[in-house]
Design a protein around this ligand. Sequence first.
Ligand SMILES: [Zn+2]
Length: 299
Amino acid sequence: MRPGGERSVEGGACDGRSELELLKLRAAECIDEAAERLGALSRAIWSQPELAYEEHHAHRVLTHFFEREPPAASWAVQPHYQLPTAFRAEWEPPEAQAPSAAPRPLHLGFLCEYDALPGIGHACGHNLIAEVGAAAALGVRGALEGLPRPPPPVKVIVLGTPAEEDGGGKIDLIEAGAFTNLDVVFMAHPSQENAAYLPDMAEHDVTVKYYGKASHSAAYPWEGLNALDAAVLAYNNLSVFRQQMKPTWRVHVEIKSGAHDYYNVLPNKSLWKAYMENGRKLGIEFISEDTMLNGPSGN
Ligand SMILES: [Zn+2]
């Protein structure tokens, strides 16, 4: 429904509050009513962290949550939607489910993430993203149910999107068509600040391989070319370069390999990988260029 429309909220008093405010209040009441179930959902995911694409416990907790939301079967749940640990749950007002000449409903999406990191678990709180996504969907549903009939043409869709920390589950889902026909999609991420808009980061990865020359590191080291030294110097150059980077730039570098199986052989191969992030894609290209100039050229 458009803010400022003519509908009134069932039972809503005309006490000077706008219709939109009353709808927000109704949504908040519905979330408060479900607070215990939502909190349990979040704690269950947080206490058993799982890595990307392996979120079987979190997936089970979330799909059961929507399957059991009263009244029974009010959410149509597709438990392994496009990916084994993704899901899709849909709700629309019961009257809207009968085929009719009604206009196509607005497809309103909410996302739940639920993967964690190795060793540090839910470090940035994807369990809370799952809880907030579910809560928002329940709130909108409650607000819509409070409107007089016929219901507005809105379909609420919750997408469970695995593998955010690694692998890019949303990319898989986009390519599989999961976002096709969604008119608007919301997601919330925990943060130290309250913000309606969280600037996202464009990301670009670069992998650099060095090939040196193996030699006996005790008998004839001067015959070799040490590929590990090349990777270490590139890493150090990038670390020094960070001082000149803009506040929005992020460059994270890892030396992925550089050791030979035998200690007495000079490493003849090494590999490092840089993860570059910026608020804008244009900046990414600039970072990549500068990083490349300051990294490998330092050797
Ligand atoms: Zn996160």
